[in-house]
Design a protein around this ligand. Structure first.
Ligand code: ZN
Ligand code: ZN
Length: 251
């Protein structure tokens, strides 16, 4: 059954590294393949805790190289390939994950991959039953970051500064939109999405369902994401929920 499973729902440095919630990204089960998106801190452990054998992972995808999205990429690939014995795992990520001084994928781990793909705005990569389109390059603190569309069904709005260009570049009416809503509101000029930004995406692009996730420190300390989601649901007549750690949603 196609579904999404959230390993962790914390976002941004303070929330992740002070451990307000778990992190570790999410799993997508799509047409018989298993994709692990943004395996941040703890991902490897949480996979085992929820009873997922990492060797069942087909594809790992990084939206960008910030540590809260990528820190466990090597451990996850190492376990997914059974220590290099199985050669059936692919990795799609920005070029900056593989090359340059800030790369996060270790050279010997790269050699274990069945396929590597560099995300680029507008291009689509595929592996087994999964197609990943980098629908837009985001502005996000100078890191090469992409919004990702999986099998034309699931749009992952990764971390970003809101831009009106999103309304043109993102598809309408997707089955599920996952929005990294790190901020409740903007109190300083940082490149993350707020509730207001999420609201704009929902009202303009009319996804069938929405999950808010990747909550920052201030959001979690002072607000209740469940109430925010409920309010958006009522206002726009769209199914909106806030993600919880280890939550599973059928697609
Ligand atoms: Zn992030
Ligand atoms: Zn980031």
């Amino acid at each position: 059954m196609d579904r999404i499973v959230f390993l962790g729902t914390a976002g941004g440095r303070a929330s992740v590294f002070r451990f307000l919630r778990r992190s570790g990204g999410f799993l997508l089960y799509l047409s018989g393949s298993l994709v692990h998106v943004d395996p941040g801190p703890g991902a490897f452990v949480y996979l085992h805790q929820i009873g997922v054998d990492p060797r069942s992972i087909d594809l790992v995808v990084l939206s960008h190289i910030h540590l809260d999205h990528s820190s466990d990429v090597n451990a996850v690939i190492e376990s997914a390939t059974d220590g290099g014995k199985a050669r059936g795992v692919a990795l799609f990520a920005p070029r900056s994950a593989f090359e340059g001084s800030a790369r996060v994928v270790l050279p010997f781990i790269r050699e274990r991959l069945a396929k590597e793909g560099f995300l680029e705005e507008g291009s689509e990569l595929s592996y087994r039953s999964v197609r990943v389109k980098a629908v837009m390059k985001h502005t996000h603190h100078g890191a090469e970051t992409y919004a990702l569309l999986f099998n034309d069904r699931v749009l992952y709005v990764s971390c970003a500064l809101y831009e009106d260009r999103m309304l043109k570049m993102y598809p309408e009416n997707v089955d599920l939109m996952v929005i990294n809503t790190t901020l409740y509101r903007k109190t300083k000029p940082i490149d993350h999405l707020t509730v207001k930004d999420a609201e704009k995406l929902i009202s303009e692009l009319k996804p069938k369902r929405v999950v808010l996730t990747h909550f920052g420190y201030e959001f979690l300390q002072n607000h209740d994401p469940r109430l925010v989601a409920e309010e958006l649901s009522l206002r726009y007549g769209v199914w909106v929920i806030s993600a919880e750690d280890f939550m599973e949603v059928p697609l």
